[in-house]
Design a binder for this molecule. Structure first.
Ligand code: NAI
Ligand code: 3PY
Length: 696
């Protein structure tokens, strides 16, 4: 650990310069200094005593008794620990008390203390005997004091709180069990050798009638107990599916020296010495996002608080007094208070792990110059697929039928049993035909040959072209062609469609977009699906409508006051309700985490903003490094007006200067150079929603 300590010490010294809390750096220094003293003393002891071991007559009765007591205590703890761990695991699995599991493992404060105490008992036994059989005994007693002090201090600072993948030494130590084992037992082995040397000079080691020999045999057994108990422990934990708990890659961060003893702070830290501090308010799927942040020099802190929705106060605590960026969740209230706290902590970026950002006060972020990221594109198809699933489940009454079967009510096929709606040839209505709305429309048109009617503030020519082409294809094959219509009002969609799916953003214009009056306009047997945001529907009005119209069905992924449902909704057989899982596919969630992380680090490092948030594939390719850009920053214009001020003249002169190959016209008003000199592309403000590529 000595060299590791040095590395940590040097890095922490630098850290201090960057303004980390000094308290932590000091704590990290102490164990390392103590550690070095230990190494030096070990060497002195070894040389001194190998050269001229002065055999002490015989250990006094008191010290022998002390040694035996220590040994017994150590052995007892070792013998009971694996069993204790297994019992706790079984109980916690049954009772779902994960915190207990954490407590019993060696990454919790309690588990780590237990670990340390048993180790120290073992070392103490040897050192006390050595101090009796050798002179000067003071060396051994000092070694014992140092051993205890250094391990105790280390536990509350760097010990097991390290996953610095950039350091070859840490990788070797934490990634290689054999090397780690060697480091852990080498001191004890050294002491045993000393004991053997001393005993060999006078008596037969196997002479169990002599007290030192007997103790030596017993102690050797105890040294073996450590690896044996570890193996039992690890295999027991992996059998119960929690090998991660014992892994050194899942450290608990202890950010203050003593408060950690009573209340472990549930923060997982990666790359503790990273230059930029990025906090994630929740653990997010996959590890790529962590690796990408670490590669860019970030210290990543992941909050593991059991609470599902973090309060503003919780997040203020997480931000602390130095934080460069935060990755947050759509359940959190990112307003003036949090942006002000983040700004005070030196923060530059926040990203929602979501495409929707109605939980974020973008004006407040602008005020503090903080970038707000979101995660478009990666969840488009996944979300559309859930909307399609809810549409089918509602049309064919799948959930009702499933409950019927499970209740043992099925007595045989009947002509009227769970009759639902055929989708083919009917009209699908889409409100908000953006990325997800369009993807959903294509699925329903192509998959079920439905006609399309949509309402959006913008024309979706690409979607229209798709339906036209598909209609022509069907016609050419002798089938009834599908049709499309862009409605001039939302009411038109409500009146005409048989199945309506809501995909707008949530803002002032879409709040209670579907209310009592508009529900009344819909067909009595229509199906309504909502995978956008709960408040787009007046949920109370919906419950009444469902009650009065039993053949009207809904599929809801989102609710007005999540996680709650309005009274009565849960009792409605004509409602299918799922807990906001529309984007919940593994690939998508991992991709969302990646985009959110890259948004934050991109802003921190001053990278440009990606030209097209609808085409984020280059960021999601796991086999290549992502572009040095923030994939999607929603307030880019407000943060950097200069992008917008560039005129066509600038573009043309830039084209001539740099041999730009193409210009992309985009609706969102940002102007961003992308690519390298030889392949420069500008994104130019334009009124049209559709993108055109103009070859120059
Ligand atoms: N349930 C879930 O898990 C998920 C929900 N979402 C929600 O879906 C929303 C849409 O996501 P994307 O399609 O990626 O966004 P998008 O920006 O591509 O599409 C939103 C569309 O809504 C339209 N719109 C805005 N105001 C409107 C109005 N008053 N009337 C009609 N249309 C209006 C916009 O013009 C735009 O075309 C997100 O904002 C989010 O709230 C997104 C992903 C997953
Ligand atoms: O991305 C969003 O907006 C969600 O609702 C969760 O995927």
């Amino acid at each position: 650990m000595g060299e590791l300590g040095l590395k940590m010490q040097v890095k922490m010294g630098k850290e201090k310069e960057r303004g980390r809390p000094e308290k932590l750096s000091v704590y990290l220094y102490i164990p390392n200094i103590v550690g070095y003293m230990r190494v030096v003393l070990n060497c002195v002891a070894f040389v001194l005593l190998c050269v001229s071991p002065t055999k002490h007559s015989s250990p006094s009765f008191i010290s022998s008794a002390f040694v035996v007591m220590l040994w017994m205590a150590g052995a007892l703890v070792y013998l009971t620990k694996p069993r204790l761990a297994i019992t706790v695991i079984i109980c916690t699995r049954k009772l779902e008390l994960d915190s207990f599991l954490l407590l019993s493992s060696s990454v919790s404060t309690f588990g780590a203390v237990l670990d340390m105490v048993t180790d120290r008992v073992s070392t103490a036994c040897l050192l006390v005997i050595l101090s009796q059989v050798y002179r000067p005994s003071l060396v051994f007693l000092s070694l014992l004091a140092l051993d205890i002090a250094s391990h105790w201090l280390q536990m509350y600072s760097s010990h097991k709180d390290v996953k610095d993948s950039t350091s070859w030494l840490f990788r070797l130590y934490y990634g290689n069990r054999i090397f780690m084992c060697y480091c852990c037992v080498s001191c004890e082995v050294l002491y045993i050798i000393l004991l053997l040397i001393a005993n060999n000079q006078t008596e037969n080691l196997l002479n169990v009638s002599s007290l030192p020999s007997l103790l030596l045999c017993l102690l050797s057994t105890q040294l073996l107990m450590k690896p044996v108990s570890r193996i039992m422990d690890t295999s027991a934990l992996s059998r119960y599916g929690e090998p991660k708990v014992l892994s050194f890659e899942t450290p608990l961060h202890r950010n203050t020296l003593f408060s950690a003893m009573s209340k472990p702070v549930a923060i997982e830290v990666y790359n503790p010495n990273g230059k930029y501090r990025v906090v994630s308010t929740k653990p997010m799927p996959g590890t790529r996002w962590i690796n990408l942040l670490v590669d860019q020099g970030c210290r990543v802190e992941i909050c593991h608080l059991k609470k599902t929705i973090l309060s503003v106060e919780d997040i203020i605590d997480l931000i602390g007094n130095r934080c460069d960026g935060v990755i947050g969740q759509l359940t959190e209230d990112w307003g003036e208070t949090l942006f002000s706290a983040l700004s005070k902590a030196g923060g530059k970026a926040f990203s929602n792990m979501a495409v929707g950002y109605n939980n974020v006060d973008v004006e407040a972020a602008n005020k503090y110059g903080i970038a707000v990221g979101n995660t478009p594109g990666v969840l488009t198809e996944t979300t559309a697929e859930l909307a399609a699933s809810l549409s089918l489940a509602a049309a064919r009454r799948i959930v009702e039928a499933d409950g019927f079967m499970r209740a043992g009510l099925y007595e045989g096929w009947l002509p009227h049993l769970f009759v639902g709606n055929l989708l083919k040839g009917q009209t699908v209505g889409v409100i908000g035909a953006g990325r997800i709305g369009s993807a959903y429309a294509r699925m329903m048109v192509e998959g079920f040959k439905m006609n399309l009617i949509y309402f959006d503030l913008y024309q979706s020519t690409r979607l229209e072209k798709f339906v036209t082409a598909y209609g022509q294809f069907l016609k050419a094959n002798g089938e009834q062609p599908v049709t499309w219509k862009r409605a001039s009002s939302m009411e038109e969609v409500l009146r005409e469609a048989d199945l309506i799916s809501l995909h707008p953003v949530l803002d002032k214009t879409t709040y209670h977009l579907v209310n009592k009056e508009r529900l009344a306009m819909m067909k009595k047997e229509a199906i309504l699906v909502n995978c956008s945001r709960g408040p787009v529907i007046d949920e109370e009005a919906l419950v009444n409508h469902l009650r009065e119209n039993p053949m009207f069905r809904v599929g809801l992924d989102v609710f007005e006051e999540e996680p709650f449902m309005k009274p009565g909704l849960a009792d409605m057989k004509n409602a299918i309700v799922v807990p906001h899982i529309a984007s919940a596919s593994k690939w998508t969630r991992e991709g969302m985490a990646t985009l959110a992380a890259l948004n934050v680090v991109g802003r921190i490092k001053g990278y440009p903003i990606w030209s097209d948030p609808n085409r984020v594939d280059p960021f999601l390719n796991e086999n290549a490094s992502p572009p040095n850009a923030s994939p999607s920053i929603v307030n880019s214009k407000a943060l950097d007006q200069s992008f917008r001020k560039l005129s066509m003249e600038h573009i043309v002169s830039a084209y001539k200067r740099t041999k730009t190959r193409a210009i992309l016209l985009d609706y969102d008003g940002t102007l961003m150079p992308q690519g390298d000199e030889s392949n420069l592309v500008f994104i130019v403000s334009a009124k049209s929603r559709e993108r055109e590529q103009v070859q120059m």
